[in-house]
Design a protein around this ligand. Structure first.
Ligand code: PEP
Ligand code: MN
Length: 449
């Protein structure tokens, strides 16, 4: 089967090269980069168009208040941690949070990992200084190494290929876990094993018992539970490295339209969302559902222009605005955006990222966040949308399934001294498994209200 590809559409995919692209590495070896791009343009896609259509429908439902998006994962995935245990712990955390939300709010939850491609980071500073030595900043495993040596910090195009391969391997495990029986809702108790000492454990255990009872009741009534066996799970990352995203873009053999085969959902970060910039232009041309992070300095006109450029046809589910204002600012900064965007009429799915506006440095020097602030921003997000009659459509969080100590607070009361125990993130602090569950219980209550 062959479809005709509009030559303008194909040429348009490279238009971004004429525009300003923020946060791109300076690759030292242009020839090597070209050969990697060539290879990536031939590799099998990580996602296919029908999945993107399904996800667009799911996000449209979230935008109407008929579902809720749960998007979570590391700030920066690393190649070294792409192993079975870490991936399983993360997937399990997201599934447990989704169970808590679905059960608490009787709302379908769209499950999405910040996974299988979240390997490139925008940085506020291009350099990092330690003990008087200054080196280029770490930009994510897909660009350079985290080790503080001159050699490690040189961008290496081979890392793009490695990133593709590790994304593929990660996605394979995610798929095995979500369709191979592990995610069966009848195992809802088993996901909690190994967390006995966790204060959120018993609350989750009670939820699981109620779900079990409901399943047994429905089963006794003769219901068919095929739908409980598998879970629909999507992956997402920040579309930062345009050489990678462009090389991973394919033309759908069915529609003749371009789609970025690097992940289901792609977002544009706060630092690269300039309306005339390369990132917005490139993502305006692919058919994946896309998101844009909006920080506290976003004007209502910025939001309108993004909406016009990224979703000119007003397709429900195509565009998600992920607001990350900060707990102290969301109640003032969000309403003008929501009002103007709503008045314009195009559909937008509103999601809160309560992490990135609440980053602080602790007295002992750790980059951290307070769980209280994070929860307060989510509360503010619900308050604003409820007051304006718009829809709070989802939650975007940085989390890990492991017992790290990176975020302050929670019922285990991680304090400044506690951060040192297990602070492992290479970039931003993540909620640990227990803090993630606590958050899910609180958000379920907000959703119900
Ligand atoms: C991120 O999501 O890790 C990030 C850098 O976010 P933002 O673009 O909102 O600052
Ligand atoms: Mn981050």
């Amino acid at each position: 089967m062959s479809v005709t590809v509009d030559p303008d559409v194909a040429a348009g995919l490279d238009h971004f090269r004429t525009l300003v692209a923020g946060q791109q590495p300076v690759w030292p070896d242009a020839e090597r980069l070209d050969s990697v791009r060539e290879t990536l343009s031939q590799v099998p896609p990580l996602v296919v168009p029908t999945q993107l259509e399904t996800l667009t429908d799911r996000l449209a439902a979230a935008g109407r208040g008929e579902a809720f998006l749960l998007q979570g994962g590391d700030c920066a995935e690393t190649f070294a941690e792409a192993n079975a245990d870490r991936i399983r712990n993360k997937v399990r955390t997201i599934l447990q949070m989704a169970v808590v939300l679905t059960h608490g709010a009787s709302m379908p939850v769209v499950k999405m990992g910040r996974m299988a491609g979240q390997y490139a980071k925008p940085r506020s500073s291009t350099e990092e200084t330690r003990d008087g030595t200054t080196l280029p900043a770490y930009r994510g495993d897909m660009v350079n190494g985290h080790a503080f040596t001159e050699e490690a910090r040189i961008p290496d195009p081979a890392r793009l290929l490695e990133g593709y391969n590790i994304s593929a391997a990660t996605l394979n495990v995610v798929r095995a876990l979500t369709t191979g029986g592990f995610a069966d809702l009848r195992h809802v108790h088993e996901w909690n094993r190994g967390f006995m000492t966790n204060p959120a454990y018993s609350r989750y255990e009670r939820t699981a018992t109620e779900i079990d009872r409901a399943i047994r009741f429905m089963s006794a009534c003769g219901a068919d539970f095929e739908a409980l066996r598998t879970v629909e799970f999507f992956v997402s990352h920040e579309a930062l490295l345009l050489d990678y995203e462009r090389a991973m873009t394919r033309i759908s053999s069915r529609s003749g339209l371009p789609y970025d085969a690097s992940g289901h959902f792609l977002w544009i970060g706060e630092r690269t969302r300039h309306i005339d910039g390369a990132h917005v232009d490139f993502l305006s041309r692919v058919s994946n559902p896309v998101g844009v992070k909006l920080g506290p300095t976003t004007s209502a006109d910025d939001a309108l222009a993004l909406q016009e450029k990224l979703n000119p046809d007003g397709v429900p589910g195509r565009l998600t605005f992920i607001t990350r204002m900060g707990a102290s600012r969301i109640r003032e900064a969000l309403p003008p955006l929501v009002e103007k965007v709503t008045a314009q009429g195009g559909p937008v799915t509103w999601v809160t990222d309560p992490m990135h506006g609440n980053t602080i440095t602790s007295d002992s020097g750790y980059k951290t966040r307070r769980l209280e602030d994070v929860l307060d921003e989510v509360r503010g997000f619900f308050e604003v949308h409820r007051a304006l009659g718009s829809i709070p459509g989802g939650l975007h969080v940085e989390l890990t399934g492991d017992d790290v100590t990176e975020v302050l607070g929670g019922s285990e009361e991680i304090d400044d001294a506690g951060l040192a125990l297990r602070y492992e993130t290479l970039v931003d602090p993540r909620l640990n498994h227990q803090q993630s569950l606590e958050m899910a219980f609180q958000v379920a209550e907000m959703l119900q209200a």
